[in-house]
Design a protein around this ligand. Structure first.
Ligand code: SAM
Length: 189
């Protein structure tokens, strides 16, 4: 992590601690854990809350073509930095809760969603809108990967139960893989 990234992050955190939700960018070990299931064959990747891009960089190192990555970032300074750093990726300066309205993909084509969002600090209806929008973009077996530094999955149990998604912890760090319940896959309908 560069000093300039750390400073940019700290400044963003000072201006909006709840939204930025961390004082420093994730390190390479967390980025590696977060992306461990991803291969070049996963297909298009949607990343939410990329910040300065440590998970994006890890995706590239796993062989994901840059043009297959869409980055959704609310902070304007981070969005500009990401556009410079990853010129072939699609960088969108927007709220991840607006995914459904934005219609980013023609159909459900995304193989995985990587989320660095501070879901724990969000109201439940916002978290629910983000998950609904993300799953609407994803192929049936696609997974939503969520990082957390807390002791539990940051997606409220009520949302998971209501939508039928199931979750699986990837030990030892707190990365959760949230998937549609088997009974909701098209082949089971
Ligand atoms: C905890 S930081 C994680 C940054 C990066 N993924 C990392 O691990 O270093 C959360 C990021 O999500 C962004 N963010 C917060 N709320 C958002 C929203 N509703 N839509 C899009 N991005 C959001 C923040 O601006 C910040 O960049």
């Amino acid at each position: 992590m560069s000093v300039s990234d750390a400073l940019a992050f700290f400044r963003a955190w000072i201006s909006n601690p709840l939204r930025v939700a961390a004082v420093a960018p994730s390190g390479s070990a967390v980025a590696s854990l977060m992306t461990q299931d991803i291969t070049p064959g996963t297909g298009p990747i949607l990343e939410l809350g990329p910040g300065t891009g440590p998970f994006t960089q890890a995706l590239l190192e796993r062989g994901v073509p840059e043009q297959n990555i869409t980055l959704v970032e609310y902070d304007a300074t981070f969005a500009r930095l990401l556009a410079r750093r990853f010129p072939l990726a699609r960088v969108l300066h927007m709220d991840a809760a607006e995914l459904t309205a934005a219609g980013l993909y023609a159909g459900a084509t995304v193989g995985a969603v990587i989320s660095g969002l501070g879901i724990l600090a969000m109201p439940a209806d916002k978290a629910s809108a983000i998950l609904s929008g993300a799953f609407a973009c994803m192929v049936p077996g696609g997974a939503f990967y969520q990082i957390t530094y807390g002791p539990r999955c940051p997606v409220p149990r009520a949302i998971l139960d209501r939508t039928g998604w199931t979750m699986r912890n990837l030990p030892p760090a707190s990365v959760y893989r949230i998937m549609r319940h088997r009974s909701l896959l098209p082949s089971a309908l």
